[in-house]
Design a protein around this ligand. Structure first.
Ligand code: HEM
Length: 425
């Protein structure tokens, strides 16, 4: 390990992004960053800086010839070749062209009937119970169902057993370490035995991807499946701008990235929007009465409760950050969640307000900005709308029904772990 690239900077905030009080009280940290007029921080545990100013985050993202993604979106310096969020143009241009073909509006909209059927079937199962942990019952399985539909991998194994448990364990372990400093990450990994559910989950999921890729290749070759059978078949058969195809390693990387990036984030958004509607005065009744408010309710929740706290870039050349000279390849965390609470952009930024100008709310940074802007954003929004359109008219007098437990196992994400609710039948 080399010398640290970062150090405390006069006037900047000192924040431990991995532990209390940040995990519980991150919004107060963002508030004090903004109120101090210096929305910059140095991490006390990881070797990185962080930026919470909306304008500065966008400024950095516009300078993509300086600020690179090549070392990956996590604190760790990625060594193996990554995909999408871990590559820069021209490699990124090649990959994103293929993803754009496979992630079209038509592909997403073709999933609508299955998505509606899934959420309604879940509600049918629990309806007469008049209570559930909504996070466990719908927010977790729904986005996984959608990703697996896209991938063409069943969520149950050949014996009808659900795969959700070990897939989630794997996601919690892998994403859970994204902010962990290298030394403690190695120590944590060293302590985990092969029976650790998280590691086992990562390995079992990787094996399923391998088997599925082999199946897709074989079925395409035999002519049993067409190019558009599922997204993996699309990846195998869609050429990039130069006519060449994604390597198998890249396709495996895409599968793993999509499962993680597309499910854990959307899960958080779904529970957060229900939580907001149930805890903000009159919001649930107002949106139930007027479902045209559903899109703004989703956007305002994304703004106020960004599922991803922030992700990293590194500078390819020496630059200054708010006057502080940076060594080349310094990790800088762009705090989407902090930028969304920037009073320079939003009045009363910590307030949930359904009357904000919808176009302005959508300027939130929860899906990133610029080159790497989230390709799944339209799908996540669609999932949110289908979810609320099913729940609001069916679950009368929906209310919280016990302690809402926050999820602290994944510091880079903010969200809920248990969302107990009850309703009348
Ligand atoms: C509420 C849900 C979601 C949130 C908050 C979210 C957030 C993000 C963010 C912040 C980025 C930017 C990364 C960066 O700049 O380094 C990103 C990129 C990406 N997301 Fe999402 N995401 C969500 C849902 C999804 C879904 C459902 C999918 C697909 C099924 C998806 C696929 C992607 C892809 C492919 C990229 C990479 C884009 C690129 O590098 O060009 N996301 N997402």
């Amino acid at each position: 390990m080399g010398d640290p690239k970062t150090r405390p900077v006069e006037g900047w905030h000192e924040v431990d992004f991995n532990s209390e009080p940040f995990l519980t009280d991150f919004k107060s940290v963002y508030r004090s960053m903004h109120e101090s007029g210096c929305p910059y921080a140095h991490s006390t545990t990881g070797d990185h800086y962080a930026v919470g100013s909306h304008a500065e985050i966008m400024n950095i993202l516009r300078k993509h010839d300086i600020w690179k993604s090549k070392y990956g979106p996590a604190l760790e310096y990625l060594e193996s070749p990554g995909v999408l969020v871990s590559v820069d143009p021209p490699e990124h241009t090649f990959e994103v062209r293929i993803v754009a073909n496979c992630f079209s509006k038509e592909v997403f909209e073709s999933l609508i009937p299955d998505m509606e059927a899934f959420v309604n079937a879940r509600l049918d199962e629990v309806f007469d119970n008049r209570e559930m942990d909504l996070h466990e019952a719908i927010s977790i399985p729904f986005p996984l169902f959608v990703i697996h539909k896209l991938l063409g991998i069943p969520l149950e194994d050949e014996n009808g057993e659900s795969r959700i448990g070990f897939i989630r364990d794997g996601i919690i372990t892998s994403v859970g370490m994204m902010l962990e400093p290298v030394a403690s990450r190695e120590a944590t990994m060293g302590k985990l035995g092969p029976d650790d559910p998280g590691l086992a989950g990562v390995m079992k999921t990787a094996q399923i991807y391998q088997e599925h890729l082999a199946l897709c290749k074989a079925r395409l070759e035999s002519g049993e499946w067409a190019d558009d059978e599922n997204i993996v078949c699309r990846f195998l058969t869609t050429p990039g701008p130069d006519g060449s195809f994604l390597s198998e390693d890249k396709i495996l990387g895409f599968m793993s990235f999509l499962e993680t990036a597309g499910s854990a984030t959307t899960t958080i958004m779904l529970s957060n929007v229900i939580y907001r509607l149930l805890t903000e005065d009159g919001a649930y009744e107002r949106v139930s009465r007027d479902p045209s408010l559903i899109p703004v309710a989703i956007e305002e929740t994304l703004r106020l409760d960004s599922p991803v706290q922030g992700l990293f870039r590194t500078n390819d050349e020496p630059v200054e950050l708010n006057g502080c000279p940076l060594d080349v390849d310094t990790k800088v965390m762009l705090l989407w969640a902090g930028g969304n609470l920037d009073p320079e952009v939003y009045d009363d930024p910590h307030m949930f307000n359904l009357d904000r100008d919808p176009a302005k709310v959508r300027r939130h940074l929860s899906f990133g900005y610029g080159t790497h802007f989230c390709r799944g954003a339209p799908l996540a929004r669609l999932e949110g709308e289908i979810f609320l359109n099913a729940i609001l008219p069916r679950l009368k007098n929906l209310r919280l029904n016990g302690e809402v437990v926050m999820e602290k196992r994944i510091p880079v994400l903010q969200g809920i772990r248990n969302l107990p609710v009850a309703w009348d039948t």
